[in-house]
Design a protein around this ligand. Structure first.
Ligand code: ARG
Length: 418
């Protein structure tokens, strides 16, 4: 009888390479590896070869950069999702796409299981497992690293014993994940939140101190919230993002140092590099300030925060997410126009914006000739606007404050005084 098949998310690193052999032995299954190009800049052919040498029966590599940008990155940009106001969610956006593609491969090849190399205390295991369970609940999930619970030394011993090549020079002291939307770095000395990130934690960005002394202006054109051209040159998503990563990185833009709240209940210190994401979020937000009403902007901050949590928490494929995206999609129909951004020594500053749908009215705003603001109505407006507060002051605040009664929510402890 033919062996059952499992599709393994394969990066070519130590964990997933050992996982190929380990699944072969422990589960007696054929392993098909799946590796996709999310713009992480790794040699996919070499990864394919390594998978086959390590014992995979088939090694699939796929370029999904356009899918990634169109279906995951742009919607996240339109929504303005920054987890805890800091992290542009690169890794979190990649996981549901990888899971989706792996489910497709599993169906095509008649596999009965999927597998990934995530540990048991991170967010990524949650994102993978929840996505798999949602898209194909019939597939069994194998998570070797979570199951074998080895120390690094034990893992290296297993690799040596099974002839898996370990290039010590390539073994990073950090744990890194990257795709075109950003790079994440954790572990090593970074585990102490007081320790300043060593320069070697950064690979996409120069130290702002060493960045060029001359600022550079970039003009970005947006169509319904989506970036479509740089300095007048139309580009497709992955190229536009790659170019902004290069320019931003050269000027030290995009370094993020975050003590973040993981979904699994711990705080973890992360370093991110995301030049393009930072520049595009900044520019997009400014275009919204020009084209969306005050009410719409206020409401959208709530939608942004909620969607950031949804994405971070691995609930990309939820209907609630779809519903909120319905709002965002509609809300972006006026967000077209141009934004000028200046990058300089680690900073990215918007210096100009324009749109045919602009709500900025020179006639209403000007202090010069041609003012059309209805000055005579201001007095009546102010009177009514402040009415509640005025009544409250007369009836309550100005009469003096009553003593506040304590409302406890904990029973008193034995040695408590009052
Ligand atoms: N903390 C980030 C997240 O949860 C990034 C995790 C990526 N993994 C890594 N090994 N750096 O999305």
């Amino acid at each position: 009888m033919a062996r059952e098949k499992v599709v393994l998310a394969y990066s070519g690193g130590l964990d997933t390479s050992v996982a190929v052999k380990w699944i072969n032995e422990k589960y007696d299954m054929d392993v098909i590896t799946y590796t996709c190009d999310l713009g992480q800049g790794r040699d996919l052919e070499a990864i394919r070869k390594k998978a086959l040498e390590t014992g995979a029966v088939e090694a699939i590599v796929e370029d999904v950069r356009n899918l990634f940008v169109d279906i995951f990155v742009w919607p996240s940009l339109l929504t303005g999702t920054m987890y805890e106001g800091k992290y542009p969610l690169a890794t979190a956006l990649g996981r549901p796409l990888i899971a989706n593609q792996m489910v497709e491969v599993a169906k095509e090849h008649g596999a009965t299981a999927v597998a990934h190399g995530c540990t048991g205390k991170g967010n990524d295991q949650v994102r993978f497992d929840v996505s798999f369970n949602t898209l194909a609940p019939e597939l069994k999930i194998i998570a070797p690293v979570r199951e074998w619970k080895w120390t690094r030394t034990e893992e290296l011993a297993y690799a040596k014993e099974h002839g898996i090549e370990v290039d010590a020079t390539k073994q990073s002291i950090y744990s890194v994940d990257q795709n075109l939307w950003g790079r994440s770095v954790e572990a090593g000395v970074l585990e102490d939140p007081w320790v300043a990130p060593p320069e070697d934690a950064y690979q996409w960005t120069v130290n702002p101190v060493d960045a060029p002394d001359k600022p550079v202006d970039i003009e970005i054109e947006f169509d319904q919230g989506r970036p479509i051209s740089l300095d007048g040159e139309e580009m497709d998503g992955p190229d536009l993002i790659a170019k902004l990563n290069t320019i931003g990185g050269a000027h030290g833009v995009g370094r993020i140092d975050h003590v973040e709240n993981r979904l699994v209940g711990i705080k973890s210190r992360e370093i991110y590099e995301a030049p393009a994401a930072m520049i595009l979020h900044e520019a997009h937000k400014e275009l919204e300030f020009l084209t969306l009403s005050r009410q719409s902007l206020r409401f959208k901050t709530y939608v942004s925060q909620t969607c950031a949590d949804i994405i971070y928490d691995g609930l990309w494929f939820s209907t609630f997410h779809q519903d909120l995206m319905g709002f965002v999609e509609k809300n972006q129909r006026w967000v077209s126009g141009n934004v000028r951004v200046q990058v300089y020594k680690g900073r990215c500053t918007v210096t100009g914006r324009s749109s045919e749908h602009s709500l900025y009215s020179k006639e209403l705003a000007t202090y010069e000739e041609g003012d059309e603001f209805p000055h005579e109505t201001a007095l009546g407006f102010i009177k009514i606007h402040g009415l509640q507060q005025q009544t409250q002051a007369r009836q309550q605040l100005l009469k003096g404050e009553p003593p506040v009664r304590r409302a406890r929510i904990m029973p008193p402890s034995k040695n408590e005084e009052d």
